[in-house]
Design a protein around this ligand. Structure first.
Ligand SMILES: *Cc1c(COP(=O)(O)O)cnc(C)c1O
Length: 392
């Protein structure tokens, strides 16, 4: 395939995926066993192997595989045993799934404004804050608040990231949630992982995710006298097998992103009205984030890249204060649950009504990095990008 074609195909932001029959050993094995339900037999399931592998790779003692990251976030919140209507602080700039996970848990989201790097600004959290979801967007590790009992790290876009203190993203708070959706770092189409350092919390999560049961693998579930209700969030062996296979490529993928990022930083456009937002050493560099001097210049850059078939995207879609799900406060429940439990007044914390954030988002442009390209191809891609951006 020509480079133009390969670059043109990268219309989705992240993730090279490694969908090649010759590489799908774990899936062949699962199908060979003739068992796609993880608790069907007493043998170690593929899902358990995935959890064991992820625990080792992510440095977290306890991992639970679920269907997607939204489910993982919801399970993390429910496992804190909240009261219906409790507040959960979330970033004002993130994918709407974060708000959906809060609301569908019967909790009420409060939007917290972001800092220059577009991560939740912990300085805005009021004393006594109990629950926060922090999102590491596009692999940029976000600062974590101190003194909050339940910090859930949304690592949907940050599989493999390392925090400045050396801990793996997802392992520094109460729980961490990961996604294997199509456009994430690695993909099994849909797929999620939930990690926690606390064995009791893990046991609660595991029970809830299997109908509140105390199941022993290979047997029909049983319920203790003190059982609570749960749901069925149990993953399938087929999806787990693909996640495990994808995991084999994580380090190679991270190295490809690092290399593309380094090449790009050596060749940023020579102009004073645009800069590339810095990336920390442990960040997963899925994209280059350009900050332009004006929205007009940013939009002109989008047009130039689009005209040349080069993928790019803006982050305007992540501005939750303007998202209909938040502004409309609607719900499918007849009584508006859980919005009907929300306190009076705005559910937002910002110094300036999100004016600065709106301005930052309007001037930000992201260009994907392509880990699967060779160094030579990456250098060529960087050169093309530089030429196009210099001409804006
Ligand atoms: C994709 C995404 C989610 C949801 O993940 P799913 O696996 O699709 O449910 C949550 N948070 C962020 C930041 C995301 O990008």
């Amino acid at each position: 395939m020509t480079l133009d074609k390969r670059l043109g195909q990268r219309f989705l932001p992240y993730g090279a995926n490694y969908l090649d029959w010759s590489d799908l050993h774990e899936l062949r094995e699962a199908v060979g066993h003739g068992v796609l339900f993880r608790y069907q037999t007493e043998d170690e399931s593929v899902a358990s192997r995935l959890e064991r592998h992820a625990a080792g790779r992510l440095g977290s003692p306890h991992v639970l595989a679920v269907h997607n990251c939204t489910e993982a976030l919801r399970l993390a919140l429910i496992s804190t045993c909240p009261r219906a209507g409790d507040l959960v602080h979330i970033p004002a700039v993130t994918f709407v799934a974060v708000a959906g996970a809060v609301l569908s848990s019967g909790l009420v989201p409060v939007l917290v404004d972001v800092d220059d790097s577009l991560s939740l600004d912990p300085a805005l959290l009021p004393p006594g804050t109990e629950r926060v979801i922090v999102a590491h967007m596009e692999g940029t590790t976000a600062p974590l608040p101190d003194g909050v009992p339940y910090v859930v790290e949304d690592c949907a876009q940050a599989l493999g990231a390392v925090l400045p203190d050396g801990r793996h993203a997802g392992t520094a708070g109460y729980a961490g949630a990961f996604s294997f959706h199509h456009n994430k770092v690695l993909t099994s189409g849909e797929g999620g992982l939930l990690v926690t350092g606390d064995p009791d919390v893990w046991a609660r999560m595991r029970s809830y995710h299997d109908h509140g049961s105390a199941r022993v693998p290979g047997r029909y579930p049983t319920w203790r006298q003190d059982a609570h209700y749960g749901e069925n969030l149990v993953t399938s062996e087929g999806v787990a097998a693909i996640q495990l296979q994808q995991f084999r490529h994580l380090d190679e993928l991270l190295a490809g992103l690092e290399r593309h990022h380094r090449l790009a930083m050596e060749a940023v456009p020579a102009r004073t009205d645009v800069r590339v937002l810095p990336r920390a050493a442990g960040d997963v560099k899925t994209s280059l984030r350009f900050r332009w001097e004006s929205r007009e210049l940013r939009d002109a850059a989008v047009a130039a890249l689009t005209a040349h078939g080069i993928a790019s995207w803006t982050l305007d879609k992540y501005l939750l204060p303007e998202h209909p799900v938040l502004t409309g406060r609607r719900s499918l429940y007849g009584d508006g649950f859980p919005w009907n439990l929300a306190p009076d007044g705005p559910l937002a914390l910002s110094r300036d009504g999100f004016a600065r954030t709106r301005d930052l988002l309007g001037r930000t442009l992201c260009v994907p990095l392509s880990p699967e390209l060779s160094a030579q191809e990456q250098a060529l891609a960087v050169k093309t990008l530089r030429q196009l951006l210099e001409a804006v």
